[in-house]
Design a protein around this ligand. Structure first.
Ligand SMILES: Cc1ncc(COP(=O)(O)O)c(C=O)c1O
Length: 400
């Protein structure tokens, strides 16, 4: 039995992993256990921001691993303090809560918004506005706030007080918000459901409406954060500041970490004992994330992301000029979604598998969108080779 088959024997059947298994990686390249090389345009779903086996991250992990691995929240620890300080200095925020994943960062954000409203405006103010097709994680609260029934159906009654509105519809939002609304939660670019950007006007209006109704604006930047769009966080480029921001994925460069950011005033709602996590603020994860942030939040990285994004987007557009495969190529920076033309609808996974056969790894976002979220550090040559492999796959796809 192959190792991959052992997966099916011993693990829960909730994933359908590819047939290949990784052996090791370097930068934007990954090798499988059969020795085949791949260009990685997936980065473990927008996580490996500095690619695989980055020497500075290995060193950060190693240095911390020799000191202590874990103290829980019984004690504070230097890597967590330094990371919180760096995040505060780089953003609108004044306080940070650490957890271990995007879902947990969002769970904390949602609980924080409800608790803040409860403490400041009373128990009636608990309603949350979220958006159709949004994705915020897989805890019960986050699937309830996420706008995709397939993730929340079958788990008993959904949490109360959550409304899902059409994305980017200002009039509907204006009509729905009320004094009972405690928060609006939104992704600046809906990642999982197809790389769909929010309109700036929509986000600006959401900001105004939150201010008018004493509601908090929560930006889920789990996927868009940590320079993926060419800004440290997408809100910076959009010019709309949230009250609460969540970050995970790329922040740890592959180490599990989540962060919930807010003002000091809002953070007060999490007094001693109100919320917590055994592993949140883990020194190993924070030591690595510190190094990620240091290397990512630089003018050079901004230029690098913009250059590779232009190259990748340009390459995808030329490929499309030749094959008319995509109806639209959208997204920002190194988070791109290629929407299949109607005649190829529903076949994104088939294309993904053909690309893998040709040596380039990517992602899908639903049945109709091929998604790219490569390491931020990918090189010009990686993009060229990845696009060449993709072209070979597209030829087979078109013939099939
Ligand atoms: C926008 C967004 N929020 C939350 C999550 C959940 O993150 P995690 O899988 O780390 O819990 C994801 C994951 O894809 C995401 O894209």
């Amino acid at each position: 039995m192959s190792k991959r088959e052992l997966h099916d024997q011993y693990l829960f059947p909730n994933y359908a992993p590819m047939q290949i298994m990784p052996s090791h990686g370097k930068g934007a390249r990954l090798w499988d256990t059969d020795g085949r090389e791949y260009i990685d345009f997936a980065a473990g779903i927008a996580v490996s921001s500095l690619g695989h086996a980055h020497p500075a991250l290995i060193d950060a992990l190693y240095q911390q691993s020799k000191k202590y691995w874990h103290v829980s929240n019984l004690m504070t620890n230097e890597p967590a303090i330094l990371l919180a300080k760096a995040l505060v200095e780089a953003t609108f925020a004044e306080r940070v809560f650490f957890s271990n994943s995007g879902a947990e960062a969002n769970e904390a954000a949602l609980k924080l918004a409800r608790r803040y409203a409860h403490d400041n405006f009373g128990p009636e103010k608990f309603e949350i506005i979220a958006f159709e097709d949004g994705f915020h994680g897989r805890t019960l609260f986050t699937v309830s706030v996420g706008g995709q029934a397939k993730y929340s159906d079958g788990f008993g009654p959904a949490l109360e007080g959550i409304t899902h509105l059409p994305f980017n519809d200002i009039a509907v939002l204006e009509a729905a918000i009320s004094e009972k609304t405690c928060a609006i939660m939104v992704e600046p670019i809906q990642g999982e459901s197809g790389v769909v950007p929010a309109n700036v006007e929509f986000l600006k209006r959401a900001r105004e409406l939150c201010d008018q109704h004493n509601a908090l604006l929560i930006f889920d930047e789990v996927q868009t954060g940590v320079m993926r769009t060419g800004e440290l966080y997408a809100y910076i480029g959009l010019g709309v500041e949230p009250d609460i921001l969540t970050s995970a994925k790329g922040l740890g460069g592959g180490m599990p970490i989540g962060a919930t950011l807010s003002s000091q005033k809002i953070a007060q709602a999490f007094g001693v004992g109100v919320h917590g996590s055994t592993f949140g603020g883990n020194p190993l994860a924070c030591a690595v994330a510190n190094k990620v942030l240091e290397l990512v939040n630089t003018p050079q990285m901004k230029v690098q992301v913009q250059a590779r994004a232009m190259q990748l987007q340009g390459g995808l557009e030329s490929l499309n000029n030749e094959f008319s495969l995509f109806a639209e190529i959208r997204g920002e920076g190194l988070l791109l979604g290629c929407v299949l033309s109607p005649e190829f609808a529903g076949r994104s996974r088939e294309l993904l598998n053909l690309m893998m056969d040709q040596g380039v790894l990517a992602l899908v976002a639903g049945d109709n969108v091929l998604r790219m979220a490569p390491p931020l550090v990918l090189e010009e040559q990686d993009v060229n080779e990845g696009l060449a492999a993709m072209t070979a796959a597209v030829k087979i796809f078109m013939a099939g």
